[in-house]
Design a protein around this ligand. Sequence first.
Ligand SMILES: [Fe+2]
Ligand SMILES: [Fe+2]
Length: 179
Amino acid sequence: MKATKSKTTNQITETDSEKLKELFVDGLKDIYWAEKHLAKALPKMAKNATSDELKAAFEKHTSETEEHASRLEEIFGLVGEKAQAKKCAAMEGLLEEADEIISSTDKGTMVRDCGLIMAAQKVEHYEIASYGTLRNIARTLGHSDVADLLQQTLDQEGETDHKLTELAETYVNEEASAE
Ligand SMILES: [Fe+2]
Ligand SMILES: [Fe+2]
């Protein structure tokens, strides 16, 4: 970014603010695409999971993911933009990885669950990174209402990530190594 920031006052100029808003809206479009595609991929992950606990975690996060997409629509409205999705190559790649896990592991095994947890946690970490940055930019732009909405989603992504770690630690890894 151009060094238009004042060294002494640390204030952003009007041009900076416009460019930052552009970057922000672009980030919203990216994560909107990611959420919409994830909402379609999660039911497949739930269907292919071995344990009931992992199936339930994926099912719960499917409805949360749909909620995240609607929340983004609300956010687009709040910043005066049309809700628009822009292909997110990162999420596309992560979902391809999840598909590969399903095709390269045997049905009904805990090894498959371990693989699915790994794929799902990569997705959650991508979302956490994206929402954390977007929330910070929203604050900088003075949109505290938007920052609060982004924080709500960020909290749910974090909870999902913790739930997956818990599942991996409590039984999946143990049972998978015993197979
Ligand atoms: Fe999400
Ligand atoms: Fe998520």
